[in-house]
Design a protein around this ligand. Structure first.
Ligand code: TXA
Ligand code: MG
Length: 327
């Protein structure tokens, strides 16, 4: 997988202000020294991301929280104890030494302790906080393999640590604990019900006053091909009728029964939400590469365990729509 020498080299590169792509259990991250504004600026430039958008600071353990957060409220301690290391990000009041480059100038900071062994090894070798957004161009589909990262950035990112496929496959759950009420900013790897059980209270949905978070923009996680989210029971008929009109289609279906139609690319997805999430971004990348006119995705059932997947699919559909509308 990744050797101790590679980890040492990557940590040295981070210390020198360079950028390292690394695996986490959710998706690959594009990392830089979170205490070095010039290094963080490089990730924004590589992603093509507006630089007033905040990034998550990755830490080796919750013990380092005091360097980044002004205070660690009881709720944060509780969630950290339950879910770290793991796919949960906490938004807290920022500490005084956190650079604006990390927070986008807001008075909060997002922190996460990943569980992936390569991420852990890198964090321990580096010794500080690693600022890392998902390793994809802004607004595009996140990456869950080292090959995806290379396809996304080519030689622009000199160091890509290959930790295999990300186990979870979609991003961390983000909970804002900076205000009086705990708020869900982004559903993700940790289910909402587990968070609420650990907290002993309900999480609020984000309101109009929520901080800027690109992962919460309507159009995000989008393939280049237009994507349509369709009720599973009407999908087969729609696919047949569009194919008859000569449309080339790429379909993500719950069925393995691929209709025999010309110009059709078919991916069968798991009916298990966790397995579906694990394969989601690889499936979207494959379908996007099929050269189709349209990607059709069968809508998963409206049940709690599908919340994070539905969120990503809805935004992918909006994103494909938005790029379709561009002049
Ligand atoms: O699973 C993940 O969270 C992955 C891996 C690499 O850790 N990272 C990730 O980063 O998804 P990114 O930048 O693609 O998404 C992070 C989200 C963004 O929507 C960002 O705006 C939000 O976290 N965020 C960061 N700092 C924040 C803050 N202080 N307040 C509110 N949202 C924040
Ligand atoms: Mg992202």
């Amino acid at each position: 997988m990744v050797s101790a020498e590679e980890i040492a080299r990557a940590a040295a590169l981070l210390k020198a202000g360079g950028v390292v792509a690394f695996p986490t259990e959710t998706v690959y991250g594009l990392g830089a020294d979170a205490s070095n504004p010039a290094a963080v600026a490089k990730i924004y430039a590589l992603k093509g991301r507006p630089n007033d958008h905040p990034v998550i600071v990755h830490l080796a353990s919750a013990a380092a929280l005091g360097d980044w957060a002004r205070a660690v409220p009881e709720r944060a301690q509780r969630l950290a104890a339950h879910f770290w290391p793991g796919p949960l990000t906490l938004v807290l009041q920022r500490g005084s030494r956190v650079p604006d480059a990390v927070t986008g100038g807001q008075d909060t900071v997002a922190v996460r302790v990943p569980v992936h062994p390569v991420a852990q090894a890198l964090l321990q070798a580096f010794g500080g906080g690693i600022a890392a957004p998902s390793a994809n161009r802004f607004g595009r589909v996140s990456t869950t393999t080292a090959a995806h990262v290379r396809a996304e950035f080519g030689d622009d990112v000199e160091c890509v640590l290959d930790g295999g496929e990300c186990a979870v496959g979609i991003e961390s759950t983000i909970v804002d604990l900076s205000g009086s009420q705990p708020t869900l900013l982004r559903p993700g790897g940790v289910p909402l019900a587990a968070l609420e059980a650990a907290l002993g209270e309900a999480l609020r949905a984000p309101g109009a006053a929520a901080p800027r978070a690109p992962g919460t923009l309507a159009a995000h996680y989008a393939p280049g091909t237009p994507l349509m989210l369709v009720e599973a029971d009407v999908a087969p008929e729609l696919v047949r009728s569009l194919a008859r009109q000569g449309k080339r289609l790429a379909v993500l279906s719950f069925s393995t029964m691929q209709p025999l139609l010309p110009g059709l690319t078919w991916r069968a997805a798991s009916a298990d939400a966790a397995e579906y999430a694990h394969a989601l971004y690889a499936n979207l990348r494959d379908l996007d590469a099929a050269g189709a006119d349209l990607i059709i995705v069968e809508r998963p059932p409206p049940r709690a365990e599908w919340l994070a997947v539905l969120d990503r699919l809805t935004r992918a559909a909006a994103g494909a729509q938005a790029s379709d509308d561009e002049p």
